[in-house]
Design a protein around this ligand. Structure first.
Ligand code: 1GP
Length: 250
């Protein structure tokens, strides 16, 4: 495996597109065929990566099957987005090797990582060192990860975590409002984090329209993640509009 292949790919995509779109596939939410079709569709409309995982996706066998299946039909990288050690499966290209920095449970900060790391190495997955920051409360990521959610209206707290992540050597920050969140992370928070963190900034949770996506891109997000909208049958055409709009927002 070429060192940092996926990270280099994302950087080159970023130069070209300014803001990237990642589509999240929850392996427990749809069947194999539907996931494969969605992944192909996502690639066609300009997504730069497919994330597979989620905090409530715990069936490792099913996830491995989904990854293997969608891999056959796409060229863009598959990046695992694990909610636990069960989210580490073979055949993907990379993994958001994340620490849920604002968890109250050390398991999600370092212990799951220690338990999962040998499999990451064994499967040859490229680890993308990521600070996973949960914003707000009431979502699965918040509950399962025992997060003390950063209040939406406290952008400076998010920025402080992002700076700490930078000092710790992490090259990715993921600002997460939670899957299906009613409220997305605010552009103000993204702006504050952008000022302190000069790595790759991913923002997700509750993004479903062009206007929101544009405001987050403009505020400095490098990639936006969309999952629930498509999972619930939202149109790929709308997501294509989002993908195009965020490229023009910078
Ligand atoms: C969830 O950030 C991702 O982990 C995507 O959120 O499902 O709300 O699009 P949605």
């Amino acid at each position: 495996m070429v060192k940092n292949k996926v990270e280099s790919f994302l950087k080159s995509e970023l130069k070209r597109k300014k803001t990237l779109l990642f589509v999240l596939i929850d392996s427990e939410a749809s069947n194999l065929e539907a996931s494969a079709k969605l992944a192909k569709g996502a690639e066609r409309i300009g997504a730069s990566s497919i994330l597979v995982g989620g905090s409530s996706a715990t069936d490792q066998i099913e996830m491995a099957q989904v990854v293997r299946k969608i891999k056959k039909g796409i060229r863009i990288p598959i990046i695992l987005f694990p909610g636990n050690v069960t989210g580490v499966v073979p055949d993907a290209d990379a993994i958001l090797f994340s620490s849920l920095m604002n968890s109250e449970n050390p398991y999600f900060i370092t212990q799951a990582q220690a338990l999962g790391a040998p499999s990451v190495a064994k499967f040859g997955l490229e680890p993308l060192p990521t600070a996973y920051l949960v914003v707000g409360d009431g979502t699965s990521a918040w509950f399962v990860g025992s997060a003390r959610g950063i209040p939406f209206e406290k952008p400076k707290i998010a920025a402080a975590y992002a700076l700490a992540a930078q000092f710790l050597g992490m090259r990715f920050v993921y600002l997460e409002a939670g899957s299906g969140a009613k409220t997305n992370v605010t552009p103000e928070m993204v702006r504050n984090v952008r000022k302190t963190f000069d790595g790759f900034l991913i923002v997700g949770g509750g993004i479903r329209n062009v206007k929101t996506a544009q405001s987050l891109a403009k505020a400095g997000a490098d990639a936006l993640v969309i999952g629930t909208f498509l999972e619930k049958g939202g149109s790929l055409k709308r997501v294509q509009e989002i993908a195009k709009a965020i490229q023009r927002s910078k």
